[in-house]
Design a protein around this ligand. Structure first.
Ligand code: SF4
Ligand code: NI
Ligand code: NI
Length: 711
């Protein structure tokens, strides 16, 4: 059979299955029965993107099946055949949605099935920063499980996000691959139709970040081809359905690499039988470049391990976490007096004889990273120090929580058994500081203290005063006190017209880029994503309007956004790209705003989930009344200050409220004299229903109720 014949055979088979499944479902549940995926604001996302049709009930499906069939022309033409591959995608999306009718079909499956909107949003920043350099989709059953596992681990060590479909999931698990979102290896499911959940991710990236209008299918295909760095590896023999799924992938711009002979289409469908070459071949095919820093430690170090948790039962050693003292510090030194790559441990290591027979090794810990370089500035110390958290987490077998003197580190038994010791933390920090900050760090020394008296004394005498000095500098750092703001254009790779304006009192909406970060990045990468905006005189102080800002935003968005205010949520608010940590929306009846963070999955008092609220904005579009922002903005005196500021906040999820309480209470007190403001803010443990929220606000005499009408 020719390639096109194979594709059509698969597409027609899937079309038949889809039609049958739709008819059966309607017969069983009736046309009015709701159909959809959990925690998405985009209905059946592929159909929604391709046609603009919002599928809500089973009765909406037969028309979609009609469209699907019309995509299958059975003409001997490769372009047409690729469209038939898209038909297979639509069919798979419908079949999978029907599987969700009764309950989550993946509860007893190693796969996770549908990927919710908030997870996609959380991937935005790592993808734009290149922290996740690409997306691998693996499919099938391997004739050589050990080779398969090696491939997955290689992708993991390179930081890629890997999705798996089919029996390769068990094969990889058995071969010891660590799996789960926290390890960037995501098992989707066993049925071949599960692959649709990764296609859905790519399509929703275009909806969420790209702001592409539903119905404009060609624009979606251009977006996925140009901006979603995905490719497919198939394992084992290919049947017609897999070939037509592959055709769908190719239509999206994702090359398919099989490990068996296939009719090749250069750049799109290729064969690589040698598993030792699969990774390199695939990365080349998708033009994904990997930056590797070789680090001499006995475990893997990769951004893919950032999310791993170390639980009690796998833990070998622990530092901090209220059990011992633990702090970390980056400070600058004089390069002339420094010895590069000097790593010193003062005190016992985790294999010290005194721990023989101990359940858990607990030690106090103080880490001092001294950096020196001509371009190093005092202000960058905090930026580098914050990276200790990420760099330590990259270690397979290490967990790092917190920062400064509330740091908390755990190491696993597995890492210890592989020979990992404290000096290796130093090796990792050294290597990453040198490679990630090469423009400012010429020399780097690491000293690790584990004697209780040292950690205590230095913590008091050296570390705390430095923190205090920095805090004083930081609080003096306001929008009024600086001469320049910064742009951040990082997210333009996903949201081409989005521009963040980063100021001392308004960090980037992803929460990852502060004014100091932007300033440091400018130094590290002079032509990079963070460029200074020379502020000049404000046109309107209250709304936060600067001609300089408007000019830059206009140019950087290619004219898509002509003007923004920095302090208003209603008048020309800043745009959102999609990767914001929190979304703020108006609750008119309470005369205030609610804020929902990405991790919160329940419905908010305005009747929408985070995902639904988030879908109201994004893609670099201005949406008055909605604002994506970082957690840290809750506590800034400039938080929608034009509309009354922080005291407009009437509701937040409890976890978020607790997280921001200290800064928020302090700022509200300084602005209004109200003490313990968070006690007046409602949360889901008190009420989520609009009326009950209002009642609570009234009993607390919440200040928003007495303010000018917000709308
Ligand atoms: Fe994206 Fe804005 Fe964060 Fe930059 S600051 S990474 S543009 S969200
Ligand atoms: Ni880790
Ligand atoms: Ni973004």
């Amino acid at each position: 059979m020719s390639l096109t014949d194979l594709i059509y055979a698969g597409s027609n088979a899937v079309a038949g299955l889809t039609e049958g499944a739709v008819n059966d479902a309607i017969a069983k549940y009736g046309e009015g029965h709701a159909v959809g995926y959990p925690d998405t604001a985009y209905f059946l996302p592929i159909i929604y993107a391709a046609t603009g049709v919002k599928i809500k009930t089973l009765g909406d499906l037969p028309a979609a099946v009609g469209i699907l069939k019309s995509l299958i022309t059975n003409k001997e033409d490769l372009g047409d055949a690729l469209n038939a591959g898209l038909a297979t995608a639509v069919g798979a999306e419908i079949i999978e949605a029907i599987r969700y009718l009764d309950c989550d079909p993946y509860v007893n499956d190693a796969g996770i099935g549908f990927v919710a909107d908030p997870i996609i949003r959380s991937l935005g920043v790592p993808l734009v920063t290149g922290d996740i350099p690409g997306i691998a989709v693996l499919l099938g059953e391997s004739s050589d499980p050990a080779a398969l596992a090696a491939i997955v681990k290689d992708y993991q060590e390179k930081g890629l996000l890997t999705f798996m479909v089919g029996n390769i999931i068990e094969q990889a698990l058995e071969a010891g691959v660590k799996m789960g979102l926290d390890y960037r290896v995501i098992p989707l499911g066993h049925e071949v139709t599960s692959v649709i959940h990764v296609v859905s991710v790519a399509i929703r990236a275009a909806l969420i970040f790209g702001g592409i209008e539903p119905g404009k299918l060609p624009e979606f295909l251009t977006y996925t081809k140009e901006r979603v760095p995905a490719f497919v590896n198939t394992f084992g023999e290919l049947n017609e359905v897999i070939v037509s799924v592959g055709a769908g992938a190719i239509a999206l711009g994702f090359p398919v690499i099989a490990d068996v002979p296939v009719p090749e289409v250069p750049g799109a469908l290729m064969s690589q039988a040698d598993h030792a070459k699969t990774v390199e071949f695939s990365l080349e095919a998708r033009e994904i470049k990997i930056k590797v820093t070789k680090i001499n430690v006995p475990v893997s170090v990769a951004s893919a391990f950032e999310g791993e948790r170390v639980r009690k039962d796998t833990m070998f050693a622990e530092f901090g976490g209220n059990k011992t003292e633990c702090w970390e510090l980056v400070t600058s030194g004089d390069p002339a007096e420094m010895e590069d790559h000097k790593i010193t441990l003062i005190g016992p290591d985790i294999d010290d004889a005194m721990f023989a027979g101990a359940d858990v090794v607990r030690l106090p810990l103080g880490i001092v990273v001294t950096v020196g370089g001509k371009a190093m500035q005092k202000d960058f110390e905090t930026v580098l120090e914050r990276r200790i958290h990420y760099f330590t987490n990259y270690i397979d077998g290490a967990m790092h929580v917190g920062q400064r003197n509330i740091a908390w580190i755990r190491l696993t038994k597995e890492a210890f058994e592989k020979g990992f010791r404290l000096k290796h933390i130093g090796e990792v920090l050294y290597a990453k500081m040198r490679s990630d900050f090469e423009k400012v760090v010429d020399k780097c020394e690491i000293t690790i203290y584990t004697k209780a008296e040292d950690v205590k004394r230095l913590g008091e005498e050296m570390v705390k005063p430095i923190y205090a000095e920095r805090d004083a500098r930081m609080s003096a750092l306001t929008d009024a006190s600086v001469d320049e703001f910064y742009t951040c254009l990082l997210c333009q790779s996903f949201a081409p017209s989005h521009v963040c304006v980063v100021t001392p009192e308004r960090l980037g909406l992803c929460g990852a880029v502060s004014w100091l970060d932007a300033k440091a990045t400018k130094e590290l990468d002079p032509l990079g994503p963070n460029q200074p905006i020379i502020k000049g005189e404000a046109v309107d102080e209250r709304l936060g309007i600067w001609d300089s800002v408007n000019e830059v935003v206009n140019a950087a968005s290619q004219g898509a956004v002509e003007k923004v205010t920095l302090y208003s949520i209603l008048e020309d608010p800043m745009t959102s790209c999609g990767c914001f940590e929190c979304i703020c929306g108006i609750m008119p009846e309470a005369n205030g705003v609610i804020i929902v963070n990405r991790e919160f999955s329940q419905t908010s008092p305005v009747g929408m989930t985070f995902g639904e609220l988030a879908s109201m904005t994004g893609g670099g579009v201005q949406t008055p009344g909605f604002m994506g922002h970082g957690r840290f903005l809750i506590g800034s005196k400039k938080f929608m200050s034009a509309e009354g500021g922080l005291s407009r906040i009437v509701w937040m999820p409890k976890e978020l409220k607790d997280d921001v309480a200290e800064r928020l209470n302090k700022a509200v007190f300084e602005m209004t004299g109200i003490e313990n403001f968070t006690n007046m803010v409602c949360d889901e443990t008190i009420a989520t229903d609009s009326e009950a929220v209002l009642e609570f606000l009234e009993t607390k005499n919440h200040p928003a109720l007495a303010m000018d009408s917000i709308m």
